[in-house]
Write a protein that binds this ligand. Structure first.
Ligand code: BGC
Ligand code: NOJ
Length: 814
């Protein structure tokens, strides 16, 4: 069953039924001002940091679900009836309801009793504001007298405090209303220099800023008393809950349309220009007024919307494919790339499953996100890399997270996740391969943000590798620390107290538990660094890395192989995890995926065996589960992984983030059919048909799909912010379609299904456009390439020596 359809030519997903199984959201903004918006206009906005600079309120995990939003009400003054054209909050029986989620914008429209209304929501590039452009059309045979109300509820900035510290917060709220603009200025009197505003393009007949005046006591957003009465009350908030509502009256002749723009924004004044006059408490508006005026103008708003379109044309144009599979084309060309932008921007902070207050930017997460983002805006990738590296500790270790606003490592979670530092090498390597910008390696970057501690970025990478080598366990495998990629495999935390953190309550000395996954990551990151060192002319260093990698590879073969597959880990007692010998959790995906991705066992059949076992024991119709059998009870020595009931999250769900590692392993083995088959199983567009089972958005990946041991097998959760976005994008584009960036050129090495006759692609790479056509002439994945008609040796296309900006590449697979 479907709840809408893909409109590929407009790059939109069109939802045609408002009561989707879960709110299906989109992101507004892609630079500093952001919002999430659901298909019924739920969601909230923030500036940079969803916790510390939250502009509007949202009520997570509430009933009914998805409350708090950018709500518009229309009221017919003849009948006194009112409704929301976005369905929520009033939930009337609308006609022609549709929500078009597009790239950086959402349009929600419907008709009710002959009145058609549509609102376009978007954030203009380079601005800290959002535009709601409402068009109302009278389809009746008679003139209509309509009031349009637009409303939001302000958050008192720190979303955590806002939801908990009521004894203070019910007293601090302040607003100012001037020339039809509502300014929210709570705490502006003291240490804040920023405020929010809510403006309207038309003369208003009323406003409200006190929530209780607008809603009425004991009422909700579905039935505001002021809308019911047909007249806002011009209330001024003092304490309690400041909000913003505008009322505009429209007289519409039959067939007539009218348009209103509402602008919600954030502004920061210089500290010495907070007030005007200086000793007053009145906000100085000289800087913000022109911005507001600009976007209340329809033609300016229209121009900003066109610019946003062109921006996305440019970003998506960097890589476009034309394959025999519509789901592949759609995801690669539009939605997966788009999701990569959102995950890059948000890391794991703000979605419907991440409350925006829990986690900052993850060190390992952000580095992995680069894999899917770096080609789009390399300059922002560069900045992110330098920010991440600046939180690295002098030991080479890393804070697990940092706050986007302060860019400081977050002490709550601390460090000691022993895979973290290696991801920095993976991220930097992806950047170098994309851009060839070697200057980044010489950038001075501090440790733990301490001025004076700067070394070139390159040394950060050296220390990352050393960090692992300095922490090897009894089998010569890396010690796991608090956890590795699997945050829930907590081998040094024996927690028997409810509520204790599984990761940070460390009560073992950490000298025994080892991770085969980190060993594989070390092999991968180490060989990336060895190639970088070699190209930097550091041959001895490169050789040393190769020797260390060989040693790690040997340790994996000797102590990390279980006969049919790779082991997962050793626990604190030195017992095996992910082994035939275990009662539960006999085989895990992470080590099968990452060992083969890293090339361990490619030559001697171990990789093939491991992937065959993966197919046999872990693959399901909905994707590959984390492990089998799942843990049926809580294990003190394993931690959070066994806290989930079987089939969910790290306890044997289909963790979509790690499925691509297996795809890449299969591609490395040249088994294109298997690689693509796994790709298709979790492709959201392919799963659109089973939306009633999948339940999450069909246009983006979710973190998990309930595994076969769960009663809800096939149900997705935690959509949008997940490493799944970058890894699937990377797997399909660089390994299955095989258009792969390397340090010195573009490698073309597809591993596609036998049935495909070929495919076409366009790839902009370091300023050159490569038009690639692949044709199949045999069943295998051996490739012969011609560049502009001339055959070349090998599978790497180097940038043209004569400065040509367009190159035609043809590849024949045999
Ligand atoms: C989740 C993990 C996540 C971790 C972050 C756990 O509860 O299951 O997926 O990485 O929290 O701290
Ligand atoms: C989600 C976290 O964000 C990520 O860092 C982790 O690797 C996975 N969960 C697996 O636990």
């Amino acid at each position: 069953m479907k709840f809408g359809y893909f409109d590929d030519s407009n790059r939109e997903y069109v939802i045609t039924q408002p009561d989707t199984p879960l709110p299906w959201i989109n992101y507004l903004g892609c630079q500093a001002y952001f919002g999430i918006i659901s298909n019924t206009a739920g969601g909230y906005s923030f500036y940079r940091d969803a916790r510390l600079r939250r502009l509007t309120r949202y009520r997570y995990n509430n009933v009914p679900m998805d409350f708090g939003g950018r709500y518009i009400y229309l009221r017919d003054h003849e009948s006194s009836q009112f409704w929301s054209p976005s369905w929520q909050p009033t939930r009337n029986n609308l006609e022609n309801y549709r929500c078009r989620h597009g790239l950086g914008y959402t349009i929600i429209g419907s008709a009710y009793q002959g009145i058609e209304a549509e609102t376009l929501y978007f954030v203009p590039l380079d601005e800290n504001l959002e535009i709601w452009q409402l068009t109302v059309t009278n389809r009746r045979a008679t003139t209509a007298q309509i009031s349009a109300f637009a409303s939001i509820e302000f958050c008192l900035w720190d979303a955590q405090d806002d939801a908990t510290n009521f004894q203070r917060n019910f007293n601090t709220g302040e607003v100012q209303v001037e020339k039809g603009v509502i300014y929210h200025k709570t705490e502006y009197r003291e240490r804040r220099c920023h405020f929010a505003y809510f403006a309207c393009s038309r003369p208003t007949v009323g406003f409200d800023t006190q929530r209780e005046a607008f809603l009425g006591p004991y009422r909700g957003w579905d039935n505001p008393v002021a809308v019911e009465a047909g007249q806002l009350t011009n209330s001024i908030a003092h304490g309690w809950s400041p909000m913003g509502a505008h009322q505009v009256k429209l007289t519409l002749a039959p067939g007539q349309s009218d348009q209103i723009i509402f602008v919600l924004g954030y502004h920061e004044n210089p500290p010495d220009e907070k007030f005007d006059p200086p000793r007053s408490q009145t906000i100085d508006k000289k800087h913000v007024r022109p911005v507001i005026a600009k976007y209340l103008d329809c033609s300016q708003a229209g121009a900003a919307f066109d610019r946003l379109h062109r921006y996305w044309d440019g970003l998506l144009g960097i890589f476009q494919v034309d394959t025999p599979c519509v789901h592949t084309n759609r995801m690669v060309n539009i939605w997966n790339a788009y999701q990569c932008m959102a995950t890059f921007n948000m890391s794991r902070s703000a979605s419907l499953y991440e409350s925006g207050i829990g986690r900052g930017l993850g060190f390992r997460d952000s580095n992995q996100d680069l894999l899917g983002f770096v080609h789009m805006v390399p300059s922002r990738a560069r900045e992110r890399i330098l920010d991440l590296a600046a939180t690295q500790l002098p030991t080479g270790g890393a804070y697990h997270q940092y706050q986007p606003l302060t860019k400081r490592g977050n002490n709550d979670i601390g460090s000691g996740f022993n895979d973290d530092p290696l991801w920095l090498i993976v991220g930097v390597s992806a950047y170098l391969k994309e851009t060839g910008d070697w200057s980044i390696l010489d950038e001075p970057v501090p440790y733990d943000n301490q001025p004076g501690s700067e070394t070139p970025l390159y040394e950060h990478l050296q220390r990352s590798l050393r960090y692992t080598l300095n922490r090897l366990g009894p089998h010569g495998l890396p010690l796991i620390g608090r956890a590795d990629w699997n945050d829930c495999l907590n081998l040094n935390c024996f927690s028997d107290t409810p509520g204790q953190s599984f990761q940070t309550t460390t009560n073992k000395d950490g000298k025994v538990a080892e991770s085969v996954f980190i060993a594989a990551l070390f092999v991968q990151a180490g060989s990336e660094l060895a190639s970088i060192a070699a190209l930097r002319g550091l041959a001895t260093e490169a050789d040393r890395y190769l020797a260390e990698i060989a040693q790690m590879d040997a340790a994996v073969r000797e102590h990390g192989w279980d006969g049919e597959w790779f082991l997962r880990a050793y626990d604190d007692a030195g017992a095996k995890i992910g082994s035939q010998q275990c009662d539960e959790g006999k085989i895990f995906i992470e080590s099968q995926g990452f060992c083969t991705l890293a090339g361990i066992g490619l030559e001697d059949g171990l990789a093939e065996k491991a992937l065959d076992s993966t197919r046999k024991y872990l693959a399901t119709e909905h994707g590959i589960v984390v492990q089998q059998p799942p843990y049926s009870r809580y294990y003190l020595n394993l931690g959070e992984i066994s806290s989930y009931p079987p089939g969910y999250k790290e306890n044997a769900s289909i963790f979509c983030h790690v499925n691509p590692w297996v795809m890449i392993g299969e591609a490395r083995l040249g088994r294109g059919d298997y690689a693509f088959d796994y790709y298709a199983r979790i492709n959201p567009s392919k799963r659109e048909e089973i939306s009633e089972t999948h339940r999450c958005e069909p246009y983006v990946y979710a973190q998990t799909i309930a595994g076969k041991d769960a009663p809800t097998f096939g149900e997705a959760k935690n959509s949008w912010l997940t490493g799944t976005a970058a890894w699937n994008y990377y797997a399909i584009s660089q390994w299955i379609l095989g258009i792969r960036t390397t340090l010195d050129g573009l490698c073309i090495a597809p591993a596609i299904p036998k049935q495909w006759r070929g495919f076409k692609a366009t790839r902009e790479f370091r300023g050159v456009v490569y038009r690639i056509a692949i044709e199949r002439s045999g069943e295998g994945n051996r490739i012969a390439l011609t560049v502009d008609g001339l055959p070349i040796a090998g599978n790497i296309v180097y940038p043209p020596a004569d400065g040509r900006k367009e190159v035609n590449v043809r590849g024949i697979l045999t």
